[in-house]
Design a protein around this ligand. Structure first.
Ligand SMILES: [Zn+2]
Length: 66
């Protein structure tokens, strides 16, 4: 069994109200905001949006002003 390469994939499972169970989700960039990127998570089976997440750029995007 080869599982090592599979670990790169973000195997998030969220509850889908339509499928009525935890399902694998697709991550999709929804919006680019000044404070971060907003991602949408949708069910791989029916495409229903099951959640979203804003990833803040706090470490990579640091401007030093003196
Ligand atoms: Zn679903």
């Amino acid at each position: 069994m080869k599982k090592s390469s599979y670990r790169d994939f973000e195997a998030t499972e969220l509850y889908c109200p339509k499928c009525r169970r935890a399902v694998p989700v697709k991550k999709r960039l929804l919006l680019i905001l000044p404070e971060g990127d907003k991602y949408d998570y949708s069910c791989v089976h029916c495409g229903t949006s099951v959640g979203d997440k804003t990833v803040r750029q706090k470490d990579n995007f640091r401007i030093i002003t003196n």
